[in-house]
Write a protein that binds this ligand. Structure first.
Ligand code: NOJ
Length: 556
């Protein structure tokens, strides 16, 4: 059997709104992406995942789709999209589109119809319920974007479900006609020549039909609906059906975004024998710095938790399923600010973090700007923030009694706009992102952190990523070796071994600003090994430098 192509390739995520604006309207666009394909080719990535560019009212930056078969004017036209596909393919770059089918926009014609009357043929495309006896919402469920997950509709006297914003009504996957329409739409895009899908919260699509109330946790106003839709009762059936109707026989790549999936679930979703998905995004490693399941309730990361978590996923999926490897995306704060040091050791820690992740088994994802070590942003004025999740949360937490300072601190640390500030291309006005006024302010460190200066410095984070991508292609052990965690109890060093038949890799990463000595057996082992990549000129295991990340290769 040949190895699937996506096992040796690296994906680059583009958040189109913030990537590159060619029209001066302050919003990135598809021609802007085309302009930068050579930059991406130089980085060495092979696949581009495009966050949504479909027609949308942009309530949630395109994750609220009005027309699945149209490109939003903001980003260009279908001709631009066709040209992007052509230009990408001619450079041997693949394009994976975002598939958002847990919900649509409330402006999607299906919802407009559905809402118009109880007996409309589209009524059942969404989830409508009567209120409780007292007229209140059908369940106590809270929305992921704050407030109730139900919205009352005066006209028909029922509530509809929206796990996210009010303008993002959930589709009813129990309805086979709706499912068929979704599959037709997916086939439309694949027939056009796209190379796969990243599926938005795809493990949320099957809801528990009993619709019970959720547990109300302390300090919360609403019940937790998670148990009634995360990895819901018919999820595997739906994914297998989708596979049969759309994916079977096509050489494409699929990745499911799956909050709440554990390794055992991951194995089922990605085992090729089950014919569901190629890989999934887990969220577990992204929740280790929060308390009580509330992303805004921040606690410091204990590195041991992170190591243990990666170990769990690396060992569980080995030989059966396949991991996605990521630190960043458009929903997460910048990794160098989160688990690294975005001050004195910005470059070093960014490289170390990249090394630590890219030497694992799975398909690595790089989020725009990660390759130049972009950092979180601090806007003093709440009005500068655009993200609906952040703005809704501000209101809800204020009502719960959180101080302004505490909420702002949470936004600085975790807010999604950290990842969404415009890409920093050069040191000119607006970081070369736009000639107009950017839709979200540019991070003011753009004069020193930008792609142009990274390209000019042989020692930059950019070239480090380039090396990592090359190594993955060259060395089979990176895609195939077993994962063995080393120095388990060490609170500052993340060390692991990748074991192959004829060789081993030792990945040694210092997650601290201290010099650390590695002693004993591991030190002995490393003495005879060859350094294949490092962010230190002369790495020395007995004297690990602050934020050092070094990979040793040992032939048996
Ligand atoms: C996950 C997406 O990544 C996020 O950006 C979006 O807000 C929600 N799903 C809703 O679509």
């Amino acid at each position: 059997m040949t190895t699937a192509w996506w096992k040796k390739r690296t994906v680059y995520q583009i958040y189109p709104k913030s990537f590159n604006d060619t029209t001066g309207n302050g919003v990135g666009d598809i021609p802007g992406i085309i302009e930068k394909l050579d930059y991406l080719k130089k980085l060495g990535i092979d696949v581009i995942w495009l966050s949504p560019v479909y027609d949308s009212p942009q309530e949630d930056n395109g994750y609220d789709i009005r027309n699945y078969r149209m490109i939003d004017d903001l980003f260009g036209s279908m001709e631009d999209m066709d040209r992007l596909l052509e230009e990408a393919h001619s450079r041997d770059l693949k394009i994976v589109m975002d598939l958002v089918v847990n919900h649509t926009s409330d402006e999607h014609p299906w919802f407009v119809e559905s809402k118009s009357s109880k007996d409309n043929q589209y009524r059942d495309y969404y989830i409508w319920k009567d209120g409780k006896a007292d007229g209140g919402p059908p369940t106590n469920w809270g929305s992921i974007f704050s407030g109730s997950a139900w919205k009352y509709d005066e006209q028909t006297g029922q509530y509809y479900l929206h796990l996210f914003a009010e303008k993002q009504p959930d589709l009813n996957w129990e309805n086979p006609t709706m499912r068929k329409d979704v599959y037709d739409m997916m086939n439309f895009w694949l027939d056009k020549g796209i190379d796969g899908f990243r599926m938005d919260v795809i493990n949320f699509i099957s809801k528990d039909q009993a619709y019970p109330d959720g547990e109300v946790k302390s300090g919360e106003k609403y019940g937790d609906p998670g148990p009634y839709f995360v990895n819901g009762p018919r999820i595997h059936e739906f994914l297998q059906e989708m596979h049969g109707e759309v994916l079977a026989g096509r050489d494409v790549m699929t990745v499911g975004e799956m909050p709440g999936a554990e390794p055992e679930d991951g194995k089922v979703y990605t085992d090729p024998d089950n014919q569901e998905l190629d890989m999934i995004f887990t969220f577990e490693h992204m929740s280790l710095d929060e308390e009580g399941g509330d992303k805004w309730n921040i606690k410091p990361l204990d590195l041991r938790d992170l190591k243990e978590n990666f170990e769990k996923w690396q060992t569980s999926l080995h030989g059966t399923g396949w991991n996605s490897l990521y630190w960043n995306n458009h929903d997460q704060p910048r990794i160098v600010s989160r688990f690294g040091d975005d001050g004195e050791y910005r470059e070093k820690s960014a490289k170390m973090l990249a090394t630590c992740l890219h030497m694992m088994q799975g398909t690595p994802y790089i989020y725009q700007g990660e390759e130049i070590g972009m950092t979180n942003v601090h806007f003093d004025d709440l009005n500068d923030y655009q993200d609906i999740e952040t703005l809704n949360m501000y209101k809800e937490k204020s009502e719960l009694g959180w101080s302004h300072e505490r909420i702002m601190e949470a936004i600085y640390t975790k807010g999604r706009d950290n990842a969404r500030t415009p890409m920093q291309w050069d040191s000119s006005r607006n970081a070369g992102f736009t000639e107009g006024t950017p839709w979200l302010p540019v991070n003011h460190n753009y004069k020193s952190i930008n792609a142009e200066s990274a390209l000019h410095s042989q020692n930059s984070i950019f070239y480090h990523y380039q090396d990592l991508i090359r190594l993955r292609k060259k060395m089979n052990i990176i895609t195939q070796g077993r994962f063995q965690l080393l120095l388990r109890e060490d609170p500052q060093i993340f060390a692991y071994e990748r074991q192959g038949e004829i060789d081993s890799l030792y990945v040694i990463c210092n997650f601290s600003s201290e010099n650390i000595e590695i002693t004993g057996e591991l030190n002995e082992e490393l003495k005879g090994a060859e350094v294949i990549i490092s962010n230190e000129k002369y790495p020395e295991p007995s004297n690990l430098q602050p934020w050092e990340g070094t990979v040793y290769w040992l032939k048996k």
